[in-house]
Design a protein around this ligand. Structure first.
Ligand SMILES: [Fe+2]
Ligand SMILES: [Fe+2]
Length: 247
């Protein structure tokens, strides 16, 4: 469903009760796109807010599913504008909502910059929304951000995988079973956003062992298939293609 004809913002259910909100944008070098994921449940959760300027579009799309004021959690993988730039606008619009992030994120940034204290999740901690349950997975520096982590929705086996598998373009296809590794590696070749930390392979293997069936990417299409296999393939590619400066 197109939720804003001017911006092209659109909304699709990619797994039961999990909605992808997608907005195309132009950045230097071409088309790009920003996704947020809304989990509709007794305690609704938004994963990523979009940049501050995108707040009206994201709020409008959420409003097609549930009242923005009913949001209970505003979660994000790490502290950057596209992940949490509109955090305080959502906290203002949803009086019972609290930020959800890693313990490092809360300590270093969020408990200062957010208008309400964060619900800081420990590695492995589970947040129950009602029917859906989310497990927080610390993933420092993978792909970037000391405070980075992901959320695994265990009933639908959907991994909210943030910037992993970032694909350029407008992200027109909400969910695909076609390969996303080659397009995301193509994007990374032009703009390498990875920290390439020494433990990257260890972190990715831990994520793979969650055996996601849907990867809810923040940029580009969500993907359905053998998530463990694709994450391990990514780890191999990262190992096979070290930064030129590190080679
Ligand atoms: Fe990021
Ligand atoms: Fe991002």
């Amino acid at each position: 469903m197109i939720t804003n004809a001017t911006s092209g913002t659109n909304l699709h259910e990619i797994a039961p009760g999990i909605y992808r909100i997608n907005t195309p944008a132009e950045i230097p070098g071409g088309s790009f796109n920003f996704n947020q994921y809304l989990i509709a449940d007794e305690a609704p959760l938004l994963f990523h807010t979009g940049p501050r300027g995108m707040f009206p579009l994201v709020a409008e799309a959420i409003g097609k599913v549930l009242p923005v004021a009913s949001l209970r959690y505003v979660a994000f993988s790490h502290v950057e504008a596209d992940e949490c730039g509109a955090l305080n606008l959502f906290l203002a619009a949803a009086p019972a909502a609290v930020p959800v992030c890693s313990q490092v994120a809360a300590m270093v940034s969020v408990n200062d910059l957010a208008d309400r204290p964060a619900r800081a999740l420990a590695d492995g901690e589970v947040l129950v929304l009602g029917k859906h349950s989310l497990r927080w997975l610390d993933a420092p520096h993978v792909p970037h951000g000391w405070e980075n982590g992901f959320m695994m929705e265990t009933t639908t086996r959907t991994l909210l995988c943030g910037d992993l598998f970032t694909q350029g373009g407008k992200g027109e296809v909400a969910v695909t079973e076609s390969d996303i590794l080659a397009p995301s590696e193509g994007f990374r070749a032009a703009m390498d956003y990875y920290a390439h930390a020494p433990h990257t392979a260890v972190v990715l293997e831990r994520i793979a062992r969650e055996h996601p069936q849907t990867l809810a990417c923040m940029h580009g299409s969500a993907w359905r298939g053998d998530g463990a296999g694709l994450i391990r393939a990514l780890a191999t590619r990262l190992g096979a293609r070290p930064l030129a400066a590190a080679a």
